[in-house]
Ligand binder design. Structure first.
Ligand code: GLU
Length: 310
């Protein structure tokens, strides 16, 4: 029988296997600034709780974090308002598109979970907490800087502007939430904060490092810093598992078997509890809005490494 590959071998094998798939999927074009990204990009980065790293391809090329930011905003919102957050947002998979407005109407303005757009707009409002957008945006950006140890992580102003100019659906969701009394700050402030957090530029390497605390119940295993309580970290992993891939979260759990969160920039952050954090980036999306090649790469990597929470 063939020996199990080392992490470095598995990452290199997956990277090579993905060569035949490069460019698959469709780059998100509803945000004009994202439509210009080269679909052939592919990056993969793993960092283990012992500090071992393995990378492939464009692991050091920044991309738009988009909805993966929702993981970090949820962490900040939970620390800021605690369990009270759950009166404003649920934790059930939505079974609808990430920007659905119908469900919000039917369910009285309480979004299904913090990872669909409506839910993330509520968690962003919780982080904003009646402060100015500048303060909240800096807090979210600095959280990622601190977690990754990279002081240059920043917001791509062009992407943020592009979203603000075309984000009519998100504006509708925010107005709707406000009408239901589920936003405290002015709609314009919440949207500015939300669009800015989605427009953060980050590399696979930085993202994997930033997410590593979720592999150790909220404790950064490499510097010993307590980022989040174990309870909150566990809950974020649970929601990543059940709601992290839009309407294909069940499929991701079935195929990959790990908590993960995708974004329309083509990135996916995946947590291997007690082992590692993995970030992958390939801009082409499948019909549900998840990175097509990124998902395949994670499936292959998890299989080769024997990683699964099940
Ligand atoms: N900024 C994007 C939006 O609100 C995020 C979508 C996503 O990555 O799922 O439409």
């Amino acid at each position: 029988m063939k020996d199990a590959p080392t992490l470095a071998e598995a990452v290199a094998e997956v990277g090579r296997e993905m060569a035949a798939h490069r460019g698959e999927g469709r780059v998100a074009d509803y945000i004009p600034a994202l439509a210009r990204v080269d679909p052939n990009r592919f990056g993969l980065a793993v960092i283990t709780v012992d500090g071992e790293t393995a990378e492939f391809g464009d692991a050091w090329v920044p991309f738009s974090i988009q909805s993966i930011s929702k993981v970090f905003t949820l962490a900040l919102a939970l620390e800021r308002v605690g369990e009270g957050l759950w009166t404003r947002v649920g934790r059930e998979p939505s079974g609808s598109r990430f920007n659905s407005i119908v469900q919000l109407e039917a369910e009285g303005g309480v979004p299904r979970n913090p990872f669909i757009n409506a839910g993330a707009i509520v968690t962003t409002d919780a982080v904003l907490d009646s402060r100015t957008p500048e303060v909240a945006i800096a807090e979210i950006r600095d959280f990622l800087r601190r977690l990754s140890g990279v002081e240059t992580i920043d917001i791509d102003a062009e992407v943020a502007r592009s979203e603000a100019e075309t984000g009519f659906r998100n504006a509708s969701l925010a107005n709707f939430l406000r009408a239901f009394g589920n936003l405290k700050s002015p709609v314009a402030d919440v949207l500015e904060t939300y669009f800015s957090q989605c427009a953060i530029r980050i590399t696979c390497r930085q993202l994997a490092r930033a997410g590593l605390f979720l592999a150790r119940e909220g404790l950064d295993p490499l510097n010993g810093a307590r980022v989040l309580s174990p309870e909150h970290a566990r809950r974020i992993n649970a929601i990543m598992m059940t709601c992290g891939h839009y309407d294909a979260s069940g499929e991701f759990a079935f195929q990959v078997g790990l908590p993960g969160k995708s974004g329309v920039g083509g990135g996916i952050l995946t947590i291997v509890p007690d082992r590692a954090a993995v970030a992958v980036w390939s801009p082409g999306l499948n019909e549900v809005g998840n990175s097509q090649v990124g998902t395949l790469a994670l499936e292959r990597l998890a299989a080769k490494m024997g990683w699964s929470v099940f």
